[in-house]
Design a protein. Structure first.
Length: 172
């Protein structure tokens, strides 16, 4: 067994905490970036209205390059965690996760129209999505229905988001 696999598969009482600790570390750093750094505010501004952000003096192109670079860095980190944990790799390992990721972020409070969301919400949404997936396995529901459930969760979250936005605009 390789050194990295030994690190990521280090167990404590039958639990492998390293991937969880990596996720919590990334969530904490993401929270700090989104709430405490100018980059986070600028990213929210661009997500809310790119043209308005440009007119507000935000260097939209530079912020987009930085954000996409950070996304690539985090994709590489997740690949390292996957490789270290399983001690093997497959090129199609992340295929099909897009719907789960979108569902997790929308359920966690991010707006599909942009400009709103949080790292904590994304983590809580991911936990809820995983809870739903595990419940479907435990209840012996056919795995082909998982995408239907994820899609329904996205639709419900989007309807709630739109309803909340409409109610807020009527009050304001």
């Amino acid at each position: 067994e390789s050194l990295s696999a030994g690190f990521f598969k280090a167990g404590i009482a039958g639990v492998y905490p390293v991937p969880l600790l990596v996720m919590l570390g990334v969530a904490c750093v993401g929270h700090l970036v989104l709430t405490r750094l100018v980059l986070g505010r600028q990213a929210f501004g661009i997500g809310g209205n790119e043209t308005a952000a440009h007119y507000a003096g935000i260097r939209v192109g530079m912020v987009k390059v930085i954000v996409h670079t950070l996304c690539g860095l985090l994709a590489g980190l997740s690949a390292c965690v996957y490789l270290g944990y399983y001690a093997a790799f497959e090129p199609n390992a992340g295929n099909g996760y897009e719907l789960s990721v979108i569902a997790a972020t929308v359920i966690g409070g991010a707006s599909l129209s942009g400009g709103r969301g949080s790292a904590l919400g994304a983590v809580l949404g991911a936990l809820l999505i995983q809870l739903i997936t595990n419940a479907m396995i435990i209840l012996d529901i056919d795995s082909s229905y998982t995408n239907i459930v994820m899609g329904a969760a996205i639709v419900v979250a989007v309807v709630m988001d739109q309803t909340k936005a409409r109610l807020a605009s009527r009050r304001g």
